[in-house]
Design a protein around this ligand. Structure first.
Ligand SMILES: [Zn+2]
Length: 345
């Protein structure tokens, strides 16, 4: 197969940032994707529907002329989130999920939840109105090894929460371990997972072998090869509980190439080409559409996109810029470390 047509994909986990960075990156998402779940970890975070409304307007204003793109807004869960505001946000069609960041888990997450008990009234309301909770599934306790944080989160936070509130729909975002995959598969309902492009491609060697490579550093950090293979098997299986969330997360190069570099990998621009490569390699091109265009909308209660995109395999490798220039500074583009022959035509 050298040509494949699929429904237009959506991105179920995306960081667009704000200001000059937003203006510099949004076109890379709107070129291929119709919709995206927009992460709320700005400074300050998006915590009320009013914040989300204002952020949505800034996104729409930054959109390249003529592009159609629907930002699906989320709220940043805090210990003070107002359940009535969340319900009103969902009812108005603005809010599609609420995001749980354990305090300190990743970029701009220090305002996150420390005590789950304090978040229970909001979570109970979300269960009642059918609004999904997106979780950054890592504990932040310093005693826990960074490579174990997802597994420990499942055991100590996620599983107890699901037992306490089985009616709550939970999206476990950017799953990086076989533990996460197995846990999602073991759930009878109300649990799904997003998988990033880069976690299907790199393992932790990409970050650490032959010198430290900050552009492969993200959170959750890439794990060992056996975990990557489990992610690949889940993504390419067609199982409706797994779908694409790129977690494309731009930082300007000076903030990554320094003594304490930021976490995040920028993949909006070449995700569909990389995914076609991955799915072809695994003999699963016919399941790419389920992963990128069908399973996500079904989980979020939305119709799949009506229009389509076509991917074509080129004889010569397709080239992507090594960096994009934004008004905020240069952002390095994810290099999958193999030649990519697929392009969106
Ligand atoms: Zn993220």
């Amino acid at each position: 197969m050298t040509r494949i047509s699929i429904r237009r994909p959506d991105d179920w986990h995306l960081h667009l940032r704000d200001g000059d960075m937003l203006k510099g990156v949004i076109g890379d998402s709107s070129r291929h994707f119709a919709r995206a779940i927009i992460m709320p970890n700005l400074v300050p975070p998006v915590v009320t529907t009013q914040d989300a409304q204002a952020y949505r307007q800034r996104i729409m204003a930054a959109l390249p002329a003529g592009d159609r793109f629907e930002p699906l807004m989320t709220l940043y869960l805090t210990e003070h989130t107002d359940a009535d505001d969340v319900e009103a946000g969902k009812a108005s069609g603005l809010i599609h999920a609420v995001k749980l960041y354990p305090a300190g888990a990743t970029t701009n997450s220090h305002g996150g939840v420390r005590d789950m008990d304090k978040a229970m009234p909001v979570l109970e309301r979300m269960a009642k109105i059918g609004l999904p909770l997106c979780v950054h599934g890592e504990v932040t306790t310093p005693e826990v090894d960074i490579f174990d944080r997802e597994a420990v989160f499942i055991e100590t936070v996620l599983d107890p929460l699901r037992k306490r509130l089985p009616e709550l729909k939970i999206t476990m975002e950017h799953v990086t371990t076989s533990n996460g995959i197995d846990y999602i598969k073991s759930a009878e309902n109300n649990l799904a997972g997003t998988i990033t492009t880069h976690h299907l491609i790199i393992n932790r060697n990409a970050i650490l072998v032959g010198g430290i490579r900050p552009h492969y550093y993200c959170l959750p950090v890439a794990k060992r090869e056996s975990h990557r293979l489990a992610l690949r098997a889940a993504a390419t299986s067609g199982d409706s509980r797994f779908f694409l969330g790129t977690d494309s997360a731009p930082h300007v190069d000076p903030l990554k190439e320094c003594g304490c570099g930021c976490a995040g990998i920028y993949t909006s621009i070449n995700t569909m080409s990389c995914l076609a490569h991955v799915f072809e390699e695994d003999g699963a091109l016919d399941r790419l559409e389920a992963f990128s265009s069908l399973n996500g909308p079904a989980w979020y209660g939305l119709a799949p996109n009506e229009d389509r995109i076509t991917l074509e395999k080129q004889a010569e490798p397709v080239s992507f810029p090594a960096k994009i220039e934004t008004g905020a500074g240069p952002v390095t583009v994810f290099d999958p470390m193999f030649p990519v022959h697929w392009s969106v035509v």
